[in-house]
Design a protein around this ligand. Structure first.
Ligand code: NAP
Length: 546
């Protein structure tokens, strides 16, 4: 539909609606959604909590923050010109460069004029009579919109631990997700860090070079593998640009849209020598090859997984000099790849430094945060800086922090109390005209690759509705139930769905989020796309539109 007609159609039908669409969040998905909806000629507004754009890449400024997807698989693919213009500096781009990239995109496509920063959406209530959403921003300002697209991210609701005394500390303390733009000078300081997830690993390996003393408080070790990052030379970037069609096509073939796809062989079927050689080679390969490009049975077969875990444990023992420390760093409660593996650069070697201490909080639990530091069951340690790398209320957390109410005042949080129920990860039944970019049970994988698809699918539904003058689009309860059951069935038997991690919606600091749940579609992105394409081709089965 051409721009002028779209605006005319909508204005005629809904003279009292302020925005045709509101997008919540100016991260990777939100920016692209804005670009696409504006192409339809809609009155679109993005509300963004931060004072700048980029979402994950705006907030996560902690030391060492960088991609673990290959940079050249993470950029947007919708504009050939953009692909041609942008030069990645490293195979795994650091946060400042990625933030610059997203700002470059926003400037190139003049996106900023429809983004309102410093604007947290605190409530969204559906008005069934007017067929519009009423949105409330922090501070009390209200806006109305025909459609809402949530682009709130999957790891954006940061969580502090529930340790007594957390407000008492008189030094500097920060959650990694709230690292200040002006940075924190840790040089020569006594630093304590709580957490050993992917964020902590990047932080620890970076600050260990300059701190005076570092104490790492670990509750659950993770299986960390080398990132094997390197700079991209100008010649190599020319080559990457020439190969973009092939690179992007490859990403669309693999289950998680990384460049790495599973090896068709089973670990249990090859000889021990072949297995060892393959794993040694993966250990030297950049990126997620170890996780996404491993033998076919490693994430599903317990015996294969045990062998992969033994290989990984051996590597830790080789790299950490003190074997008692090495044992603490080897996960015992989950096998290799059951949680997202942190990718590291000389992380394990940090524990060979004399100024670094590893505290296993299972042996000596943290009792409190004090004025001067952290008190464990055996003693108090004093710090100048405490870093909370304690993760997120993942996938559904960002939704639950907004008071979202659909038909008859139905609360989304209440509707999802036993776990999310969505249709295709995009719709929640009873919440008309609310579309989730990268919602639960959708195609969450290599972020930009999968967000682009989700955004385009959402754009098509909205366009379909507007062209026909339809102002009420909702999933049928039956379709949502069927999709949720389908996602659960697909997720059964996958070892990673049995383990507590952000991928299964577990955060031990959040009430009601203690047990693993199936939160992600695990049939692989190609199958997800096939499903969504078929729904669209059939005129949006599973949706009611009026
Ligand atoms: P996370 O994996 O959830 O890790 C949080 C850490 O904090 C865990 O080690 C957790 O221990 C610990 N923790 C929480 N409360 C604690 C307490 N009271 N006492 C002791 N320890 C406590 O979060 P994350 O490290 O921020 O990473 C989340 C995800 O973000 C990653 O898996 C990845 O997908 C993404 N990420 C990506 C990149 C990248 O692309 N390069 C970088 C960083 C993060 P338990 O495990 O025992 O709960």
């Amino acid at each position: 539909m051409d721009t002028v007609r779209a605006v005319e159609v909508e204005t005629r039908l809904n003279p009292d609606v302020e925005f045709d669409a509101v997008i919540i969040g100016a991260g990777v998905a939100g920016l692209y959604q804005l670009y696409r909806l504006r192409e339809l000629g809609l009155r679109v507004q993005v509300f963004e909590t931060g004072s700048g754009l980029g979402g994950t890449w705006y907030w996560n400024r902690y030391p060492g923050a960088r991609f673990d997807s290959e940079s050249w698989t993470y950029g947007y693919s919708f504009s050939k010109e953009l692909l041609e213009e942008w030069d990645w500096e490293e195979h795994f781009s650091a946060q400042p460069h990625t933030e610059r990239y997203l700002n470059y995109v926003a400037d190139k496509f003049d996106l900023r004029r429809n983004i309102q920063f410093n604007s947290r959406v605190v409530a969204a209530h559906w008005d069934e009579t007017a067929r519009k959403w009423d949105l409330e921003l922090e501070g009390g300002v209200h806006h109305t919109a025909r459609f809402i697209v949530t682009a709130v991210g999957v790891l954006s609701a940061a969580v502090m631990p529930t340790i007594p005394g957390i407000d008492k500390f008189t030094g500097i303390s920060r959650h990694t997700h709230r690292w200040p733009k002006e940075d924190i000078d840790v040089a020569g300081k006594r630093v304590g860090i709580i957490g050993t997830g992917a964020t902590a690993v990047q932080t620890i390996q970076t600050i260990a070079k300059s701190v005076g003393h570092l104490t790492v408080f670990q509750r659950t070790p993770n299986w960390c593998f080398p990132l094997n990052n390197s700079k991209i030379s100008p010649e190599e970037m020319v080559d990457i640009k020439a190969r973009y069609p092939e690179i992007l096509a490859r990403c669309l073939e693999t289950p998680s849209c990384y460049i790495h796809g599973p090896d068709p062989r089973n670990a249990l079927e090859v000889t021990p020598d072949e297995r060892e050689a393959f794993w040694e080679n993966l250990y030297r390969t950049p990126g997620f090859g170890q996780w996404q490009g491993n033998f076919n049975d490693v994430l599903t077969d317990r015996a294969a997984n045990k062998l992969a875990s033994e290989f990984a444990a051996r590597k830790i023992r080789e790299r950490v000099k003190d074997q008692a420390v090495a044992e603490k760093l080897i996960p015992k409660n989950h096998g290799f790849g059951m949680r997202r593996i942190p990718l590291e650069t000389r992380y394990y070697e940090v524990y060979n430094q004399p100024n670094v201490e590893l505290v296993d909080v299972n042996d000596t639990p943290i009792e409190s945060i004090t004025m001067h530091g952290i008190k464990t069951s055996d003693r108090e340690r004093e710090f100048d800086v405490i870093i909370y790398a304690t993760g997120f209320d993942s996938i559904t957390g960002a939704f639950e922090r907004i008071d979202i109410r659909g038909i008859d005042g139905l609360e989304l949080k209440q509707a999802w109390r036993d776990g999310p129920e969505t249709y295709l990860g995009v719709f929640a039944a009873g919440f008309p005209n609310l579309l989730m970019a990268m919602g639960p049970h959708g195609g969450l994988s290599n972020y930009t690759r999968t967000a682009e698809y989700g955004v385009e699918w959402i754009t098509d539904v909205i366009s379909f509705a507007i062209e026909r003058g339809l102002t009420h689009v909702d999933a049928t309860p039956a379709a949502a139930t069927e999709w949720t059951e389908h996602v659960h069935t697909l997720g059964e038997g996958l070892l990673m769905n049995e383990v507590g991690s952000w991928m299964t919606g577990v955060n031990r600091n959040v009430e009601g989020k203690q047990a693993p749940r199936i939160m992600r579609y695990s049939g692989g992105h190609p199958a997800y796309r096939e499903h969504c394409d078929a729904v669209a081709a059939a005129g949006y089965t599973g949706l009611t539109m009026s």
